[in-house]
Design a protein around this ligand. Sequence first.
Ligand code: PGA
Length: 257
Amino acid sequence: MEVIITPDSDAMSEKAADLVTELLNRKPNAVLGLATGSTPIGLYRQLAKRHREMQLDFSQVTTFNLDEYVGLPHDHSQSYFHFMQENLFQHINIPPRAIHVPSGTATNHKAYCQWYEDEIKKSGGIDLQVLGIGGDCHIAFNEPGSSLGSRTRLKTLMPQTIRDNARFFENETEVPRYAITMGVGTILESRHCVMLANGENKAEPVAKAIEGPVTSKVTASALQLHPNVTVILDEAAASKLELADYYRWVYENKPSG
Ligand code: PGA
């Protein structure tokens, strides 16, 4: 696991955009796994800017989003589909048919989730998966207690997640109780996982995920089992890491090639 500590959230987003840019330069038809939430907004802004100013090309890219609220149609203002359109897709040249966001209105959840898994496989698998981390240490909506081998499925959200996300809704009662989410096992099959975190409220979840024991109570800790993870943090999110100075030293002395 590589841990990169950047001065602020803008630098975090730039670094993440660099990784996506390098991938697309190397593999124009890459498969990207995408996340929603406040954390990746700066990354998406950077990607849109690079598309506009540097012709970063998404015409051959395929995307899979991590999760979606159950019950919210695509055009709902708080659906993750809508979020992705607003923050990224409408600003880049990705063909609509290459975009996959789990459907919040699917009726047969089991069959739908299997279809989503199959689509990921058919695409050749995710090359780079963008991840945030929740206050309850989740990745995607894999709440504490989720199996570390879990696949895409319906998940009941934790009260803490509902409270955390209530800021986007009129009030807490409007936050959906369920989501469709890629599983931890699905995420671990991505070739490269890139977890972003910024702000003081992420310091503890980040420390637990990176330096704590691997446990289903902290689903982000499963990333310790993955051979290719980059964690990009701002100073505040890195503030509770015991080995922060060491991570800085390793990054400063990174061998070339
Ligand atoms: P946030 O959410 O980026 O809005 O903090 C992260 C998450 O819940 O995964």
